[in-house]
Design a protein around this ligand. Structure first.
Ligand SMILES: NC(=O)c1ccc[n+]([C@@H]2O[C@H](COP(=O)([O-])OP(=O)(O)OC[C@H]3O[C@@H](n4cnc5c(N)ncnc54)[C@H](OP(=O)(O)O)[C@@H]3O)[C@@H](O)[C@H]2O)c1
Length: 396
């Protein structure tokens, strides 16, 4: 462990990160004691109101889980059947959380791996698990959590079920915003809403089970009922988010496509590999190059940055590390900013969407993808990573 990390950990023991504790499991347990119908009839007064939060000088509206206590949540959807289409990571996470929140949820899947997984997790064919068209028929809120490519491919099968009074829900603005490419144009007489949890569906589920909640964004594309925003926020709470910030479909899709191609995955892989390659070229061993590039980052510094911010990290490391980081961050910023500008433009003008849709529908898509993924997995850095992770005491 480097001095930076040691010093940071020492500091962390002195500066406790603030934490809000609440137990959703406890809340779920409490809900399970109350019959659903009884909860729906209960008059509730527990409303905290909308909060305006100052984010670094800009005021934004946020909604919190506590704005929708269980009785209010059940009351909001007392006449609804929530039909979740797809049981990939996002469909699974949201559907299980809705089910644990006692809402009336059914699944729509094609027969195959998603269907089998749903059955293995307690969904019953004919009761709360159906083929996609049947779920669309029964649902009043159609929660389209199929893959983005399948949302486009199956649109003409789903559309006839989107009758007046129903609600169409997404977790990504992709299909609607890039409708010229996807063909997804919702009927004008239904509400169209979005809740986009900021992470994978697996995290949506795991944090809910831990009594925590992923953050997410909420948006309304069409409000026919006059209640679209209210129902979108309520659904966000139902699927397990902890708090929601406001966005639009367009801002959501652009920031999401940009972020995952940038610092979340694309840029970080590029930076990791570049740093590792220079270390190796300068005679460092694979274990040293990996530890100085990935292991220390993910195991020590990133959790501290997540808990306290980079400003705290800079203020709580050795003076040697501090001097170097202060001197070099602007060079990395200046070198990478033109690439980020190019990336945002490629997202905003639809190039990224078109590429994603066309690549995903090529006949040899699976084989080409395997080859690209193998290139990453077979890189010495990630092969070294496998060996390093095995050495962690908790993995032995
Ligand atoms: N906001 C965010 O940060 C965020 C994060 C993750 C995901 N999302 C969004 O959530 C949605 C779902 O994503 P995901 O991560 O769960 O995984 P995914 O891999 O995108 O979706 C998988 C689901 O789609 C089904 N599917 C694929 N092709 C199909 C077809 N031709 N016919 C019928 N079903 C088909 C799969 O069924 P089979 O198992 O049968 O193939 C599976 O149930 C997407 O819109 C995605 O963009 C948003």
């Amino acid at each position: 462990m480097s001095f930076v990390a040691r010093s940071a950990i020492r500091q962390l023991t002195r500066v406790a990160a603030p934490s809000r504790s609440f137990s959703l499991l406890a809340r779920s347990a409490a809900i399970s004691q109350i019959p659903r119908a009884a909860v729906c009839k209960t008059a509730f007064t527990q409303t905290r109101g909308i909060k305006t939060i100052d984010f670094g000088g800009t005021k934004e509206t946020v909604y919190e889980r506590s704005d929708y206590p269980p009785a209010k949540l059940l009351d909001t959807f007392k006449n609804d059947t929530l039909a979740v289409l797809g049981y990939g990571p996002m469909g699974r996470g949201q559907a299980l959380n809705l089910r644990d929140n006692k809402l009336n949820v059914i699944l729509g899947c094609r027969k195959g791996s998603s269907w089998d997984k749903a059955v293995s997790e307690g969904w019953i064919p004919g009761k709360d698990l159906f083929e996609i068209n049947e779920a669309c028929d029964k649902g009043t809120v159609i929660m389209n959590l199929l893959s983005d490519a399948a949302q486009s491919k199956l649109w003409n099968e789903i559309k006839p079920y989107l009758t007046k009074g129903k609600t169409l829900y997404f977790s990504h603005g992709f299909s609607v915003i890039y409708s010229e490419d996807t063909g997804v144009v919702p009927p004008k007489d239904i509400d169209v809403i979005l809740v986009a949890p900021k992470g994978s569906g697996t995290t949506v589920r795991n944090l809910f089970l831990e009594g925590r909640g992923i953050n997410g964004s909420v948006a309304v594309y069409q409000d026919v009922s006059g209640k679209a925003k209210d129902r979108a926020v309520a659904l966000g709470v139902g699927v397990g988010t902890g708090y929601l910030y406001e966005t639009t479909f367009k801002q959501e899709v652009n920031s999401d496509l940009y972020g995952e191609r940038g610092v979340l995955m694309g840029a970080i892989q590029g930076l990791f590999v570049a740093q590792y390659e220079v270390l190796r070229a300068r005679g460092h061993t694979p274990s040293e190059a990996f530890n100085e590039t990935v292991e220390e980052a993910t195991q020590s510094l990133y959790p501290l940055i997540g808990a306290n911010g980079m400003d705290w990290m800079y203020a709580n490391c050795s003076t040697t590390a501090q001097r170097g980081a202060l001197d070099w961050w602007k060079k990395f910023h200046d070198a990478s900013k033109p690439v980020f500008e190019e990336l945002y433009e490629s997202v905003a003008n639809g190039t990224e969407t078109r590429r994603s849709l066309s690549k995903n529908s090529e006949a040899n898509y699976r084989a080409d993808l395997e080859a690209e993924l193998a290139e990453i997995a077979n890189h010495e850095m990630w092969r070294t990573g496998k060996a390093v992770r095995k050495l962690r005491p908790e993995n032995q």
